[in-house]
Design a protein around this ligand. Structure first.
Ligand code: G1P
Ligand code: ZN
Length: 544
């Protein structure tokens, strides 16, 4: 089969962000754009020839076209075998698991996660390494440098590429094995959680669940796991059919974008447990009846109760959270006398800690929770963890969270997002904050004294690498925090994220409305950053 070598001029905008390269579908459809990035990846991978790769995506628009191109390029670059999810579908955590299970050299995930899909939406591509985790900064940076220099790519001449039937076929000398996207993952989940116990919970008359697959990748996973293996009724899964444009929705599991699910849960006759996952299945949101669990609390509760769950009975090595994630898990770690690491935003920073056996659990405030079972955050896993916990505790979600707060205190927490703002203005806002840092320590705002103000940097304890400029932190003497950073996943303009947190130990004050409990800090954040002036907005676009 003839290999074509196509000459190209490099693109200057292929720098991977927080999680791979994300751009509009239109940008990815620019002739040779995807090819240039894929060849840049291939040029940076050692031992590519003769290797096994895993390939799949969240099923969004352009997924199938991209897969065909990548298979033809993998063949032309000497890859021996690709494990491809049937229909081109694989969730991000499933890819991570498959890489580990089949000892692949790495994997390519096609997803823009929670960003909208469809011809007018976004697309994305990410490379994961042999550990199953996202490529570390050293590799993503090398890929970017390569993309700035690349002059040609290798591709096999067009040929029909089937991807919907299980089995094997070849593309040139490349063997493509089409695998069931769900089976291996579902089997793995059965080894971590007590499925018979969860089944009994789901069959009991005083418990009901509703999972929102958001017309994204977790639909088939939810059907196999919750319905077929755990005997949940069909009505327990909504928006189960993966669609190229996610049904026109924004596949982000939060209170704003999972509106229908929220309405169902915030009703007297609603289910006792609710959950949702995002476009590629790595995020999760956990709800009780009339109750929202913040992702930061979810992480803390998971860690505090892990000893009860079969897969984690042997103990916990340590935990990690991204810097903007609330400090709730820190208190649990302290009580358990295990290390607690604070990393920059993005799952890739957990990889070394997991591989070096320093941590068992990790999480982010952005609806991401996970453990050392794979090297990605994992939505369905988090839902199963909660179901297993509720099956053991036989209490409501709210009772479980309140019990936790009573023991550890409550971290009121919110994130305010200002989306699609002018990028220059966003950078100016950040520099203005940066300029103020030196003079902030010791200053008082609304009775709160600043204990520390800096731009967060991280020294990776495993490989000694340093990552600078990861967000402005203003920490007050009572441990309250305000954090500012710019998103690294958006595709239009800039997105400012403001994270606000306040700790209250007194159980009598655990019933406040979150925005009200944080009202002073929100005001301080607005004044310090002059948000209205720089963004032209008087309120955030999304509050989570
Ligand atoms: C966002 C989240 C971050 C997460 C990433 C990928 O990145 O904030 O925690 O790891 O998506 O899911 P950001 O847009 O803030 O750079
Ligand atoms: Zn995601």
């Amino acid at each position: 089969m003839p290999i074509e070598i196509i000459k190209i001029s490099p693109f200057d905008d292929q720098k991977p962000g927080t999680s791979g390269l994300r751009k509009s579908v239109k940008r990815f459809q620019t002739p040779d754009y995807l090819q240039a990035f894929v060849q840049s990846i291939f040029n940076c991978i050692e031992n590519l020839e003769g290797s096994i790769l895993v390939l799949g995506g969240d099923g969004r628009f352009y997924n199938r076209e991209a897969i065909k191109i990548i298979l033809r390029m993998a063949a032309a670059n000497g890859v021996a075998k690709v494990l491809l999810g049937q229909g081109g579908i694989l969730s991000t955590p499933a890819v991570s698991h498959l890489i580990r299970k089949y000892k692949a050299l790495g994997g390519i995930i096609l997803s823009a996660s929670h960003n909208p899909g469809g011809p007018e939406g976004d697309f994305g591509i990410k490379y994961n390494i042999a550990t199953g985790g996202p490529a570390p900064e050293s590799i993503t940076e090398a890929i970017y440098q390569q993309s700035l220099r690349i002059q040609e790519y290798r591709i096999l001449t067009v040929q029909a590429i089937p991807m919907d039937k299980l089995g094997s076929f070849t593309v040139g000398d490349l063997q493509v094995e089409i695998i069931d996207p769900v089976a291996d993952y579902a089997d793995y989940m059965e080894t971590l959680f007590d499925f018979p116990k969860i089944t009994r919970l789901l069959e009991s008359s005083n418990f009901s669940m509703l999972f929102d697959a958001m017309n994204a990748v977790t639909g088939p996973y939810a059907v196999e796991i919750f319905q077929n293996r755990l005997n949940a009724p069909e009505s327990a899964i909504m928006r189960r059919r993966p669609l190229g444009n996610f049904g026109g929705g924004h596949p982000d599991p939060n209170q704003v974008h999972a509106k229908e699910l929220m309405q169902k849960l915030y009703s007297a006759t609603g289910p006792s447990f609710g959950a949702a996952s995002d476009g590629d299945g790595d995020r999760n949101m956990i709800l009780g009846n009339y109750f929202f669990v913040t992702p930061s609390d979810s992480l803390a509760i998971i860690v505090a109760n892990a000893h009860l769950i079969p897969g984690y009975k042997d103990g916990i090595k340590g935990v990690a959270r991204s810097m903007p994630t609330s400090q709730a898990v820190d208190l649990v770690a302290k009580r358990l006398e295990i290390p607690c690491y604070e990393t920059p935003t993005g799952w890739k920073f957990f990889g070394n800690l997991l591989d070096d056996n320093r941590i068992t659990f990790c999480g982010e405030e952005s609806f991401g929770t996970g453990s050392d079972h794979v090297r990605e955050k994992d939505g369905i896993w988090a839902v199963l963890f909660w179901l297993n916990l509720l099956a053991i505790k036989q209490c409501s979600v709210e009772d479980l969270v309140r019990e936790h707060w009573a023991k550890y205190g409550r971290h009121y927490y919110t994130r305010h997002d200002y989306e699609g703002i002018n990028a220059t203005k966003a950078n100016d806002l950040m520099s203005n904050l940066e300029d103020q840092l030196a003079g902030l320590t010791g200053k008082e705002f609304a009775g709160l004294k600043v204990a520390l103000a800096d731009n967060f940097s991280y020294l990776d304890p495993v490989d000694g690498s340093r990552t600078e400029g990861q967000g402005i932190r203003i920490i007050f003497e009572d441990d309250s925090r305000i954090i500012f950073r710019l998103s690294g996943t958006g595709t239009q303009g800039a997105t400012l994220r403001v994270y606000i947190e306040r700790y209250i130990a007194d159980v009598k004050q655990h019933d406040l409305d979150t925005q009200e409990a944080l009202v002073e800090l929100i005001a301080i954040a607005n004044v310090l950053a002059d948000i209205e002036e720089y963004t032209g907005r008087c309120k955030p676009d999304v509050i989570t």
